[in-house]
Design a protein around this ligand. Structure first.
Ligand SMILES: CC(C)(COP(=O)(O)OP(=O)(O)OC[C@H]1O[C@@H](n2cnc3c(N)ncnc32)[C@H](O)[C@@H]1OP(=O)(O)O)[C@@H](O)C(=O)NCCC(=O)NCCS
Length: 211
């Protein structure tokens, strides 16, 4: 497969939002909001354009990853800037061919070279552990509402950088979109049928593993 990875350009934005909607549709909830999150992220001060990549397969956009700034905040109010990635999407017809892994590995390497200390993400540990992500509990890192969560995972980009840095991971405000604006935004895309799926039940279980 002839695949390249390059930085996303503004002219790619709409096509990538469509791709994101295709990849996430009915996967975690009926419908999806990830294309709206992506849209908001790009207008946010937390957006990192240098870490916004697309995969192209024979000239067609088949995958995408975007990064944003977040913080780990400790009990004394001290903050450490980290990054988060997502949404990460591969067109359904091109999944399981290594595109997602190539995008994630590329992003990790560039983020490390840029000097970022760590990446925090919410995702499935069965997928992200292969890139070196570990459960955030190992570093005593909790969610913004102060819980340990199985889905919250961390990758140190410099060894030991998170030692003795317990705290809460707080992601960009761009992840919390306005519900009315979402309906308006989604209505500009082609109609798609919402449905209940088995993957949604599995996702609810993973998301509920908080203590
Ligand atoms: C997740 C995603 C980006 C991976 O991209 P991809 O190109 O299919 O991934 P790769 O080909 O590099 O890797 C495929 C492997 O990941 C596994 N995998 C993919 N998603 C997974 C998940 N949610 N949980 C566990 N394993 C997963 C596949 O089963 C496959 O396993 P194998 O290598 O043992 O066969 C892609 O499947 C996608 O767009 N999914 C929908 C959107 C999504 O869930 N994004 C991530 C949100 S956190």
């Amino acid at each position: 497969m002839n695949m390249i990875i390059r930085n996303e350009k503004e002219k790619d934005y709409r096509a990538v939002e469509e791709l994101t909607r295709e990849a996430f549709w009915n996967l975690y909830v009926p419908g999806c909001e990830e294309h709206f999150i992506l849209h908001n992220l790009r207008n946010s001060i937390d957006f990192i354009p240098e870490l916004d990549f697309i995969a192209e397969t024979e000239g067609r956009i088949t995958g995408h990853i975007v990064c944003s700034r977040g913080i780990i905040k400790d009990k004394q109010g001290r903050e450490k800037e980290v990054i988060s990635f997502g949404p990460v999407s591969v067109l359904p017809a091109f999944q399981k061919q290594g595109i997602g892994s190539a995008l994630i590995s590329h992003t990790i390497n560039i983020a490390r070279a840029m000097g970022y200390p760590a990446i925090c993400i919410y995702g499935d540990p069965r997928y992200y552990s292969r890139f070196g992500f570990r459960c955030a509990e190992k570093y005593e890192i909790k969610t913004a509402d102060d819980k340990f969560a199985v889905a919250l995972q961390v990758l140190e980009l410099k060894q030991g950088v998170l030692n003795n840095m317990p705290g809460r991971f707080i992601e960009s405000d761009a992840f919390r979109g306005d519900a009315d604006k979402f309906v308006e935004f989604d209505s500009t895309f082609p109609y798609k049928e919402k449905a209940e799926t088995e993957s949604q039940r599995e996702f609810r279980l993973l998301a509920s593993l908080r203590y």
